[in-house]
Structures are given as structure tokens and as C-alpha cells.
Design a binder for this molecule. Structure first.
Ligand SMILES: [Zn+2]
Length: 130
């Protein structure tokens, strides 16, 4: 899962990220090519933004579409499992999505609290050596 989500961003994701973060698209493209972007973080924001746009749209659909359709559409669009998309859409929506400060992988809120914001792998590096 982590490997899948760490891929570089597509052009349309970059365009959305450029608008969300107000970062010039050329700069984002160059950083993306060099692998300098925090892809899980950006993807989370882009998916959350899509989710909110969809929600605004379906509010006008008179009940034809619901959140389950949005989640299926997003999971197809981003090639992620329904569970991942749901986590991103809702947890992020409520501001409860966390990423490791060191390597950028997604971590749970409870883990972030326990470790001070790093994943198990990065946390293990601060263990003393015997
Ligand atoms: Zn980490």
C-alpha cells in the first residue's frame, strides 16, 4: 500500500495541488520529477478537496448520489482501496490525518500521539544501540 501511494503525482494531481497550496505549477512539476514532494500528504489533500467538491455537487442531485458513490468514484480515480479513500476523505476532513514527520508515510492519530509524530520505522531509529 505504501509503495502504491508513494508514486509520483500525475499532471492533473499537480494542477489541483498547485491550486490548493498556491504553489506555481512549474515548481511543483520540477519537484515531482526529482521526487522531492511528499506525495501521500499532497494526495490526501487533493482527494479531500475532490471529496468536498463532489459533496457540493451531489447536494444538488436530489438524492440520486450519496457519499458511497463519491467514495467509489475516488477509489477508481486514484487507484486506492475504498478503505483508504474513506480514511482520507473523512479523517482528513475532520483534521485527523497524520503523516510521519521524518518520512511522510500515513500514520494513525494514536501513533502520532504516542511517538510525537513519527512512524514505527522512524521511531525505532531513536532507540539506543546495545
Ligand atoms: Zn517515518
Amino acid at each position: 500500500m505504501e509503495a502504491e501511494i508513494k508514486e509520483i503525482l500525475r499532471e492533473k494531481d499537480l494542477l489541483k495541488a498547485s491550486a490548493i497550496y498556491e504553489i506555481p505549477i512549474d515548481l511543483l512539476r520540477r519537484m515531482n520529477e526529482q521526487g522531492l514532494l511528499n506525495v501521500p500528504r499532497i494526495k490526501g489533500m487533493v482527494i479531500r478537496q475532490d471529496f468536498l467538491n463532489y459533496k457540493r455537487h451531489i447536494a444538488k442531485s436530489k438524492g440520486k448520489f450519496g457519499e458511497s458513490e463519491i467514495l467509489v468514484a475516488l477509489s477508481k480515480e486514484y487507484n486506492l482501496s475504498l478503505r483508504d479513500v474513506r480514511n482520507m476523505a473523512y479523517k482528513n476532513y475532520k483534521g485527523k490525518m497524520c503523516f510521519c514527520k521524518m518520512c511522510g508515510v500515513r500514520i494513525s492519530v494514536s501513533m502520532a500521539k504516542r511517538t510525537g509524530g513519527v512512524c514505527t520505522r522512524c521511531n525505532a531509529e531513536s532507540l539506543p544501540q546495545f
